[in-house]
Each structure stands twice: as C-alpha cells, then as structure tokens.
Design a binder for this molecule. Structure first.
Ligand code: S3P
Length: 163
C-alpha cells in the first residue's frame, strides 16, 4: 500500500522522498507531465479549483499503488483528499515553523509556486496557520524538519515511522 509525505511548501517533501525511495512519485511533477504545462501556468489559465480537482484524481490513482508519494502542500485542503490519505498505509508529516519555511521558499532558486508568488508574507502565514490542523489530522507520523537536512529527516523517518 502507498505512503505519503505531506507538509507546507518548503518542508522538503520531494527532496526527502528522493532519499527514502528513489522510485517515489512526485504528484505535482506527475500532473505537469500529463498536462504538458507547469502548475504555475495551469493556475494562471484554469485557476486553483481546476488544479485541486486534478490533484484529487492523481492522488487517488497513486494511493492505489505501493509507491511513496510526495504530495503538494495544499493536498489536505480537500475533505476527499483527507479521507483518501487517512485510508492509506502511512502519512508522514514534515513539520516546520513558518519563518523557516518562508526563508527556504525565498531562497529556492527553482521556486515556481503560484501561491507563494501571488501572496504576501502575511497571507502566506495565514494559509500556513489554517493548514496546520489539517496536516495534523491526517498524519500518522510527524517529523520536525526545521533544523535538519533532508538526509537527517530521511534517517529519522526510517527510525521513527513505520518504514
Ligand atoms: C501548493 C503547493 C505546491 C503545488 C501548488 C499548490 C499549495 O506544492 O502543489 O503550487 O497549495 O501549497 P509544494 O508543496 O511541493 O510546493
């Protein structure tokens, strides 16, 4: 059965997944491959609601596999997604404080995140705060990542979660 990594933008879901299992699925990249455009472009052309529908379809598809899935930061917004996640083998939440995440996002040279680009720091913080409870509610295992490298996080997951 599948396992999923969740957490806010900048938590390191994709990088940590790469250390845990090179055969992982990155949900955002899968969606981009199918669409043949970037998520940023898709947000601009079709809007966030259309993206969320696609996200749910892809999540359901990959949760039916036995892969490790790196999800997008907004995966927990939809009640359907939360139900799907709760039924999967294990959900690992990469948790960090807002300032750490914001700092990482600002420094990310590959940053192509529509919500980061269009939001003020205060808006982003509000988004972060409203999502915390949603991450917590679906998480089977929570790892504090703020002061750790992705390798250290991967080791901790192997040690503390049901790897
Ligand atoms: C989003 C996070 C992004 C991506 C999309 C929306 C969000 O993924 O799915 O831009 O709502 O937090 P990352 O968390 O990998 O940046």
């Amino acid at each position: 059965m599948a396992r999923a990594l969740i957490g806010f933008m900048g938590a390191g879901k994709t990088t940590v997944a790469r250390y845990l299992d090179p055969d992982f699925v990155d949900l955002d990249r899968e969606i981009e491959q199918v669409l043949q455009i970037t998520i940023s472009q898709y947000f601009r052309e079709k809007g966030e609601a259309a993206f969320r529908q696609l996200e749910t379809q892809h999540l359901a598809r990959w949760l039916a596999s036995d892969k490790l899935i790196a999800t997008g930061g907004g995966i927990v917004l939809s009640p359907d997604n939360r139900r799907l996640l709760r039924a999967c083998d294990e959900v690992i939440y990469l948790r960090a404080d807002f300032d750490t995440l914001y700092d990482r996002l600002q420094k990310d040279p590959h940053n192509q995140r529509p919500l980061f680009d269009k939001s003020s720091k205060a808006d982003l913080k509000e988004l972060y705060e409203t999502r915390q409870a949603l991450y917590e509610v679906v998480a089977d295992c929570t790892i504090d990542v703020a002061d750790k490298t992705p390798q250290e996080v991967a080791v901790l997951i192997k040690r503390s979660c049901n790897d």
